[in-house]
Design a protein around this ligand. Structure first.
Ligand code: KIV
Length: 275
């Protein structure tokens, strides 16, 4: 029974939480990327990426909203199902959308739906000290949890926009405490968005679980980017940390391979992508 997952593609066994932990221990960078459909999922799988996130960024890049706030659980389940059909090796994470984890019971019910209906292996919520009990509850039910810190897009209407977080000493200290508390509550991965590189490096060194950065400098255990940014599909002004990997490549697969390689060989992010 247990061999089935391994045999699906025996030269490339599926990534799981233990694989990610081992990669951190051994200093092997984790290449992560968002994805929203089965065709791109197959390319992302072939590119060598380790982790795929069905992010609520789909509200912006697929649905055309200004924020991720309008995204619902049904939207994520729909896209997650499609992505899961295109993947063999990468570990599939799904975002818990805005207001889908306001109580422990609601979070558990919704996490179960993402896993059973969407095929997700890990759920991601936007963390902070306020989410410690939710993370603890999900972890106590053996659900793999990812707690997103730094810039939290679901909170932009409260925090005042898409800005670098943790620049001031007090905010940086608070983020370090939150990261530790979320890890102690059972978070298995901590994505860190838009923070100064020094803070990214500090939090990565202080946690034993993998930290995956997006605009958090070169020293996190891995990097994640939005697929449509990597492929230069997103219109308009790009965040500083984005690199267009289509430049110099003649196909989406070549660009995705270049992204995964650049993360693995530490050539991305370069100093110009950092805060
Ligand atoms: O929703 C998303 O795509 C994300 C990544 C940017 C980390 O949360």
């Amino acid at each position: 029974m247990y061999t089935q997952l391994q045999l699906r593609d025996s030269t490339r066994p599926p990534v799981n939480v233990a694989t990610l932990g081992r990669m951190k221990e051994q200093g092997e960078k984790i290449a992560a990327i968002t994805c929203y459909d089965a065709s791109y999922a197959a390319l992302v799988d072939a590119s060598g990426a380790d982790v795929v996130l069905v992010g609520d960024s789909l509200g912006m890049v697929i649905q055309g909203h200004d924020t991720t706030v309008p995204v619902t659980l049904e939207h994520i389940i729909y896209h997650c199902r499609a992505v899961s059909r295109g993947l063999l090796r990468p570990f599939l994470m799904a975002d818990m959308p805005f207001m889908t984890y306001t109580s422990r019971e609601q979070a558990l019910n919704n996490a179960v739906r993402l896993m059973q209906e969407g095929g997700a292996k890990m759920v991601k919520l936007e963390g902070g000290a306020g989410q410690v009990q939710i993370v603890e509850f999900l972890a106590s039910h053996d659900i793999a949890v990812c707690a997103h810190l730094g810039l939290r897009p679901q909170s932009v209407h409260k925090t005042g926009g898409f800005r670098v977080q943790g620049r001031e000493e007090a905010a940086a200290e608070q983020m370090r405490r939150d990261a530790k508390a979320l890890q102690d509550a059972g978070a298995d991965v901590v994505p860190l968005e838009c923070v100064p590189s020094t803070l990214g490096a500090q939090i990565t060194a202080e946690l034993h679980v993998p930290v995956i950065g997006i605009g958090a400098g070169p020293d996190t255990d891995g990097q994640i980017l939005v697929l449509y940014d990597v492929l230069d599909i997103t219109p308009g002004r790009k965040p500083r940390f984005v690199q267009n990997f289509m430049q110099g490549h003649d196909s989406p697969l070549a660009a995705l391979e270049a992204y995964a390689q650049a993360v693995k060989t530490r050539t991305y992010p370069a100093p110009e992508h950092c805060f």
